[in-house]
Design a protein around this ligand. Structure first.
Ligand SMILES: C[S@@+](CC[C@H](N)C(=O)[O-])C[C@H]1O[C@@H](n2cnc3c(N)ncnc32)[C@H](O)[C@@H]1O
Length: 420
């Protein structure tokens, strides 16, 4: 009875966001999703939850990979997306109709395809999404990564159930039998999975607000044009495919100053984006885009300021970099930027999820686990970020943490400066 009352309360809460949903309020959508998930768990018996998790979802995962191998999303698009029978799909996929029927039925029960009649299927918005480059990159990488997740319980047992901290000994490295490398070290040698990972990162941020769209951070108030034609406005360190800089360029097309994408050569050798310069740079090395009046301790000892070119940046940004590493490694990355920053002018922006003290969203908790598997890394709380920045030294301090409203699925922006 108590359980039924609980579900009825959740249903009432769900009806109360109806108005918000009708007016397409994004926060109402997030609330409705959270309540739907809660309602499902309240209504299910524990056994139903168990079988849904371990039978239905596990089968759904591998069936999706097989469906992609069989080109099923593409087949569903043919003839103007007209509904298709098992026999028609099987013929085009060169497979047995009975097998296709079984795979399609499970995909329909999980909502991936629509079942319009007996043995007749059509696209949903999800199966259509599977046709995109973004989904292809994600699923290529996720399929490759499956073996690491499967071996994770064994890894933890063999490592005394302690959170891993060394990137060289991360579950990914261990599960693949690698030595003397890290997740990124290995991926940068992988012609298929390196680009798939970069594509997945791009897909993961697609459709989400970006730090520069004015909703999170008042770009117009905070940043100014860089008048020096050689001057950098933004250096995106570990930028991946450069989507953040692309969005910045779209959001602020008239803002003056160079936009520089830095990453390892496996990215910078191939990325080509209008208005954005790609620069190979290992972020453990000292930041090469240095301030014009760049502070060099050895020269400063003689009370001199060095003139270096090219002039330095107004913003150095790290998006989803800090969460890839333990504190010690983060300190190396952050300290390599400090000498390039002009006090009172340059900003160091750390664009990351900030873990709430309670009630973290599944997206954040799942990412935290993925980070542990790939890199022995983790998401951080507000306090952990404050402590990390304090340890960097060189006068770096947190000016403000800009946190978006919502359920914690969106990245915050930790604005750091050095006082003049
Ligand atoms: C998690 S991805 C983040 C990409 C991008 N900032 C984003 O938010 O989508 C981490 C990026 O760091 C890059 N990276 C890893 N090690 C690096 C290094 N030593 N120097 C420069 N970039 C590196 C990777 O190639 C990858 O593109």
């Amino acid at each position: 009875m108590a359980e039924t009352n609980q579900s009825l309360q959740t249903l009432d809460a769900l009806s109360s966001v109806r108005g918000g949903l009708a007016s397409e309020d994004g926060m109402a959508r997030l609330k409705a999703l959270e309540l739907c998930q809660r309602l499902q768990l309240e209504l299910e018996t524990p056994g139903e939850t168990l079988f849904r998790t371990f039978w239905a979802q596990t089968a759904h995962h591998w069936i999706l990979f097989a469906a992609l191998d069989l080109n099923i999303p593409k087949i569903l698009s043919e003839d103007g997306e007209s509904p298709k029978t098992n026999t028609q799909i099987a013929k085009l996929a060169n497979a047995e109709p009975v097998l296709i029927g079984r795979l399609m039925r499970h995909m329909a029960s999980m909502g991936t395809v629509a079942e319009l009649g007996p043995d007749t299927f059509a696209h949903t918005k999800f199966s259509r999404y599977l046709l995109t480059d973004a989904a292809t990159a994600c699923l290529t990488f996720m399929r490759y990564f499956q073996s690491v997740s499967t071996k994770a319980p064994e890894y933890l047992a063999q490592h005394n159930y302690v959170s891993p901290t060394s990137p060289q000994k991360a579950p990914y490295v261990w599960a693949n039998g690698l030595t003397d490398t890290t997740f990124f070290g290995h991926l940068s040698q992988e012609p298929k999975y390196g680009p798939a990972f970069a594509g997945m990162m791009r897909a993961e941020s697609e459709g989400k607000p970006t730090w520069s769209d004015g909703q999170l951070y008042p770009v117009k108030e905070k940043l100014t044009d860089v008048e020096d034609s050689n001057g950098a406005l933004i250096v995106d360190i570990g930028a991946g495919n450069g989507q953040d800089l692309e969005w910045f360029h779209k959001n602020h097309p008239d803002m003056k100053g160079r936009l520089i994408l830095q990453d390892l050569p496996y990215i910078t050798d191939s990325v080509k984006l209008d208005g954005i310069e790609a620069m190979a740079h290992n972020f453990y090395d000292e930041q090469p885009v240095k301030g014009k009046y760049h502070f060099k301790p050895q020269i400063c000892a003689k009370n001199l300021l060095s003139l270096s070119t090219p002039p330095g940046a107004q913003v150095y940004i790290l998006h989803q970099i800090i969460h890839d590493y333990d504190d010690e490694t983060c300190l190396k990355i952050l300290r390599a930027i400090i000498p390039a920053m002009k006090p009172g002018y340059s900003k160091l922006l750390i664009n990351e999820l900030v873990l709430p003290d309670k009630g973290a969203h599944w997206f954040t908790t799942a990412l935290d686990i993925q980070l542990m598997l790939c890199l022995s890394a983790r998401e951080r709380t507000r306090v952990q970020f404050m402590e990390l920045v304090e340890k960097v030294g060189g006068g770096l301090r947190v000016e403000k943490i800009w946190t978006p409203p919502g359920n914690g699925m969106l990245d915050s922006l930790i604005e750091c400066t050095i006082d003049p």
